[in-house]
Design a binder for this molecule. Structure first.
Ligand SMILES: NC(=O)c1ccc[n+]([C@@H]2O[C@H](COP(=O)([O-])OP(=O)(O)OC[C@H]3O[C@@H](n4cnc5c(N)ncnc54)[C@H](O)[C@@H]3O)[C@@H](O)[C@H]2O)c1
Ligand SMILES: [Zn+2]
Ligand SMILES: [Zn+2]
Length: 342
């Protein structure tokens, strides 16, 4: 079969990859759609995500949906032909975090298409993937796989909103209007936030954020713009830029909450720490998700409209072009790879 494989910074190849039959408790899925994520782009550009460096060929991709083609021994409730989304995480189930309801921060978690472990956990941008049956989620027959594939990034957004605490009727700032920031906007509006102000350095992602439900948008490089709220109840940092974290800390009201969702540059990052002290701010990290994946799928099946996020689709053979375009926020947001179409 063919797969989209990263060999090092800038070295992305569509090439042959070995196939294998499903083992006990496993299922073979014909992958039909994949979504390119910021971490896939980091592997492509830098050969690494944070401290995780590609040291052997790695099939990228953890936002995937497809169709069951074969079930291994002992698999029940899944038939060939069924459409499925795939939960990309496999927590260990035994560590302190797993046993206390925080499986998203499992210390031994495996994640599809990640170089965090060696050997790497191979990902899903390939024609067929063998995966544990319990990672599959059956989709309603009517659900478009191009929609289902957004469940993964939407889960990230839902988890961040959960970490923010109650947002009903509140004013929230979101810094960064990339795919993740835009989905945070949709999740916030769904959770009842009254005002969602979004900042970005580019007009195109801001226009998309407005379509996703932002009540106002502001340019991060125009601090004098009167559209900036003086203070917000909650701020969610979704750009990964240290200067945006500063904005969140500056704009959060006294006793407000700042959620750190964007992955900041490696190493130390500055913080207006005295502001946290004197305003009694709460800083909370948000990392990945767990059961939010099922919640995301039911929201998508129920009609939550985030389709504006998908700007382009490319066939697998043109994965290189897809990756080049996906990194350009002035023209693209979520870029999909069509693995069924060749
Ligand atoms: N914590 C997690 O579990 C998790 C999961 C997925 C992604 N992430 C992180 O979330 C962040 C967003 O992901 P994405 O895929 O949308 O990234 P992205 O790079 O596509 O989008 C980031 C956006 O932020 C904007 N931006 C840059 N500097 C800014 C500033 N100073 N103020 C406001 N906006 C600014 C960019 O123009 C861009 O539109 C990334 O840092 C990513 O690594 C975290
Ligand atoms: Zn992702
Ligand atoms: Zn664990």
């Amino acid at each position: 079969m063919r797969a989209c494989v990263i060999h090092g910074a800038g070295d992305l190849r569509v090439e042959e990859w070995p196939d294998r039959p499903p083992g006990s408790g496993e299922v073979t899925v014909e992958v039909e759609v994949g979504g390119i994520c910021g971490s896939d782009l980091h592997y492509y550009r830098d050969g690494a995500v944070g401290d995780f460096r590609v040291v052997q060929p790695l099939v990228l991709g953890h936002e995937i949906a497809g169709r069951v083609v074969a079930c291994g021994e002992g698999v029940e409730g899944l038939e060939p032909g069924a459409t499925v989304a795939i939960h990309p995480a496999t927590p260990c189930g035994a560590c302190r975090e797993c046993t206390s309801g925080h499986r998203n921060v499992c210390r031994r978690a495996r994640y599809l298409g990640s170089a965090a472990l060696v050997p790497h956990v191979q990902g899903g941008f390939r024609e067929r993937l063998v995966v544990a049956a319990d990672q599959l989620r059956l989709l309603p027959e009517t659900m478009d796989l191009r929609r289902a594939v957004l469940a993964e990034p939407l889960s990230v957004a839902l988890h961040a909103v959960r970490r923010a605490g109650p947002v009903l009727g509140r004013r929230v700032l979101v810094t960064g209007a990339g795919p993740i920031g835009c989905l945070v906007v949709a999740a916030l509006r769904h959770a009842g936030a009254a005002e969602v102000v979004v900042s970005d350095l580019l007009d195109e992602p801001l226009a998309l954020a407005a379509r996703m439900g932002a009540t106002s948008t502001v340019r991060a490089d125009a601090p004098e713009d009167p559209a900036w709220p003086e203070e917000v109840d909650t701020a969610i940092e979704a750009s990964g830029a240290p200067v945006a974290l500063r904005t969140c800390v500056e704009r959060a009201r006294r006793t407000g909450t700042v959620v750190l969702l964007g992955l900041l540059p490696p190493g130390e990052v500055g913080l207006l720490a005295n502001r946290v002290v004197t305003h009694e701010l709460t800083l909370r990290g948000a990392f990945r998700f767990d059961e939010e994946f099922d919640h995301a799928l039911s929201l998508l099946a129920g009609g939550l409209d985030v389709s504006a996020l998908v700007t382009h689709t490319f066939p697998l053979a043109q994965a290189g072009q897809a990756f080049d375009l996906a990194g350009d926020r002035a023209v693209a947001s979520k870029v999909l790879i069509d693995l069924a179409g060749g």
